[in-house]
Design a binder for this molecule. Structure first.
Ligand code: GLY
Length: 597
């Protein structure tokens, strides 16, 4: 085993796969575009969904990257030594190129070769799919593992609940083979594998053989090509490489934890409850810095990704107070985070000021009411103690939310610390009554799910290109895309423009788009290098990272944009374009909501 840092591991991984003819692509934004089903990028494969479904990728068939991800499903577990909301995934993909044989050989070589990670083969075991009505028992993968030297008793055959991977209820999926590292004492006992010992084998890498597409609950179809999608957890693998028992003890978190120690006058490791608070702060601070610092950065708000960010910041602040930190502190922590990750994610340093400002503003907002809210909560305790259900009424939880800014999840956490639960149904009812804040309910909703490439979202995607080109023609070349969001039912487009549009301008834009639709313009795609694409006059998103080779979508003589696709092939299928609303989004940015009828 070699000792290396997370930064070194990230580079080695990419270097290894480049040596196997993979092209490095850049990781994408944490905020998925044109994917209504998720709030954040949850896996390295997420931005690659269209390509796994068959769309050609401009960089080719063998790809590798590192991707920042956010998963909030386990947010309540954060605080234990292993859970994280923000993590990095190292990935390699074959888009219809190699399959199981090479995928397994590459993984094993990277993990065990002296030149690469040099992990002890005796401490590695794997799982493969046991088979069910959807796909056969994966003897093929097991055979390749054996050919690479994996003893038979280190291969566990497990059911779909363990060895079938999908990012969401629909989309590309397939059986996987997962790779585990022994984290128990000494060497694993003979015959031990994930099937016999759930606790001491830690998953580090997942190779998914994506040859299926789940269309709906009942329908699974074969994809046109057999793909490989792998994801290796950077923090976990780094942790085992360093022989540490917790990711929080590695250099990924230690600089942040050292800063917390200084601010709180507390030494990590002296008190279990306080350590938990330190870990929550460290994880949430890092996640918040990544979310705000993203090129499509989000601000705290009461809806969607902004609400998740608000929850993360407010929970961190509350745990800061528990450690005795009275002043604002998240901006100080952001310095440690940015310093540690600026090479891999230069956008963090570029957005350093914004990150500090947003964190401090939100901290101030909540800090002012936190003490009062907690005092209010404590006043309730004697009465609540008499309540046989040990439940906090919904209207009380709503008051804490509405008046003191306690996200419901914080009230739940506070309640749990005092042996209570919260009447969430009652909370929802109180919230519903409160017309103005009803949008809040939406915030937690969009978990799970997967990039949806339905016919309708594809149409909206093409309509977005038409809209952007029409706006440039009507309002001027200063119009630049600031954001886009598409669902099956509507599109939303944010763009730079200093003033509200006049009704005449709105009509003109609408007419211009409809004209292009009735002209039945062909939509064509070309792959070219970024420089040529720019020279050809294609619109590219400012601040977005692109590969050397990009796809350029051209709509007749009307629009040319760098874009991943997919799109319809002819504008004639779009129907009627109607602008429903034109409003302000933020300073200097307007927002259009439109539908296709
Ligand atoms: N896409 C594989 C994983 O996230 O595990």
């Amino acid at each position: 085993m070699c000792s290396m840092t997370a930064n070194e591991l990230r580079s080695k991984y990419i270097e290894f796969f480049k040596s196997k003819d993979h092209v490095e692509i850049s990781g994408r934004s944490l905020i998925p575009e044109n994917d209504p089903s998720v709030l954040f990028t949850t896996a390295g494969m997420h931005p690659l969904v269209p390509f796994l479904l068959g769309e050609p990728h401009p960089a080719g068939k063998r790809l590798t990257d590192y991707q920042k991800c956010i998963r909030t499903g386990d947010i309540d577990e954060v605080g234990d030594p292993s859970h994280l909301t923000c993590f990095e995934m190292l990935g390699n993909w074959s888009l219809g190129d190699y399959f199981k044989k090479e995928s397994i050989a590459y993984s094993y070589e990277f993990l065990t070769s002296k030149k690469w990670l040099a992990l002890d083969p005796a401490k590695i075991s794997v799982t493969v799919f046991a088979g069910d009505e959807n796909a056969p028992r994966d003897e093929e993968s097991a055979g390749y593992w054996k050919a690479n030297g994996m003893p038979e008793d280190k291969i566990a055959y497990l059911p779909a609940s363990d060895n079938w991977w999908a990012a969401g209820p629909t989309g590309p999926c397939g059986p996987d083979t997962e790779i585990f590292y022994w984290v128990g004492e000494g060497l694993p006992p003979v015959g031990s594998n994930k099937g016999t010992d759930k606790d001491n084998w830690l998953e580090i890498w997942n190779n998914v053989f994506m040859e299926y597409n789940r269309v709906d609950e009942k329908t699974l179809v074969k994809l046109p090509k057999q793909n490989v999608d792998t994801g290796m957890g950077l923090e976990r693998t780094n942790c085992i490489l360093q022989g540490k028992t917790s990711v929080y003890l590695t250099e990924v978190f230690q600089p942040i934890i050292k800063t917390i120690e200084k601010l709180a006058g507390y030494t990590y490791g002296s008190d279990a409850e306080k350590d938990k608070s330190v870990r929550i702060i460290a994880d949430h601070a890092r996640a918040s810095v990544f979310i705000i610092g993203d090129p499509k950065g989000v601000s705290p708000s009461n809806v969607g990704a902004g609400y998740v960010l608000r929850r993360l910041i407010r929970r961190a602040v509350r745990h800061g107070r528990k450690l005795g930190i009275e002043n604002t502190f998240l901006a100080d922590l952001s310095v440690s985070v940015i310093e540690n990750f600026k090479n891999a994610y230069p956008e963090l340093e570029q957005n350093a000021e914004k990150i500090k400002q947003e964190l401090t503003a939100e901290e101030n907002k909540f800090g002012q009411t936190l003490r009062k809210g907690e005092a209010e909560f404590e006043k309730l305790l004697p009465n609540l103690a008499k309540n046989p259900k040990k439940e906090i009424p919904g209207r009380v939880a709503f008051r804490l939310y509405d008046t003191f800014g306690f996200p419901i999840e914080i009230t739940e956490e506070l309640a749990a610390e005092n042996g209570f639960t919260v009447d969430k149904v009652g909370f929802k009812e109180a919230e519903k009554k409160h017309q103005e804040l009803s949008r809040t309910a939406e915030a937690g909703k969009a978990k799970g799910g997967l990039a949806e490439q339905s016919e309708m979202t594809i149409k909206y995607h093409t309509a977005t290109h038409l809209l952007q080109a029409a706006l440039k023609r009507v309002l001027g070349d200063h119009v630049a895309q600031k954001g886009s969001n598409i669902t099956n039912e509507r599109m939303r487009f944010d763009f730079s423009h200093p003033a509200p549009m006049t009704p005449e301008e709105i009509k003109k834009v609408e007419n211009l788009v409809n004209e292009q639709i009735s002209r039945n313009l062909p939509v064509t795609m070309e792959i070219m290098n970024l420089e040529d694409a720019k020279k050809s006059g294609a619109t590219a998103l400012f601040g977005e990272k692109y590969e050397n080779n990009v796809k350029v979508y051209t709509i007749g003589d009307f629009s040319k944009e760098v874009c991943g696709g997919p799109h319809v092939t002819n504008t004639g299928v779009l129907g009627k374009f109607v602008i429903k609303k034109e409003q302000s989004s933020s300073a200097g940015v307007r927002r259009i909501k439109a539908v296709l009828e």
